[in-house]
Design a protein. Sequence first.
Length: 248
Amino acid sequence: MISLKTLIVEGRYDSLVTELSRKLLTVVKDSYSACSNATGTFAGEKIYYDKAESAPNIISDEYPHIFFEEVENQQIPLDFYLTCKIMWKEGLSELKYGADAYNDTKKESEDPPLIEVRFELDPAKYPNTLSDVAMHLRDILRHELEHLTQSGWNVKLSKYLPSDQATRKKIEAGTQPPVDYFLLKKEIPAMIHGMYLKAKKSKQPFKTVVNDYLDVWVDNGSLTTQDKERILTVWRTYLPKLSIRQEL
């Protein structure tokens, strides 16, 4: 049985994610104006690129943020910086999105963390793409908030996990298989919480959201069907620990 305290705490995360998602969705909407001005700029930064232009790498440090805010939430509590990068690219085949939490891996730290959210969008698909942006925002924000509680400035002792940077580097270098990323102890709760919130907000079965996510990686060759089943087997064991009563 899920305790009332657990429901209250998770509700606070949901409320914060909803607040931040709405804020960033407004930024996406406002930034669309860059597509119709001669310089392709918004908030003084170039973020629109037509087919003739070579677009920079949005992940690079040189690509500008068009949103920056300190978030102080007293209910959870959490304190961190939130930034957003947006690129409008003519002829982009699909919506691209991502996020990272820059958080100290030590158990405790005096350095406030930062969450960076990124979107690459095709102006021809606006405004229809906004519904997808909204759903992805809820997923990635809840995912990154979970990482903030695992170490550093906002650590919750019940969620603390030691650094896994050595393993991550091996996966990135190709000396460990991609499946190991989905089985990292820090990633499992973050992924599950993010997709569970996405499922609730989009009114889809949790199982469907998870399978759709993993199938993308199977389809692009990063995972095998056997890898997917291995991931699901491990993730199922985490659901009771995370107080999530869903089938998977």
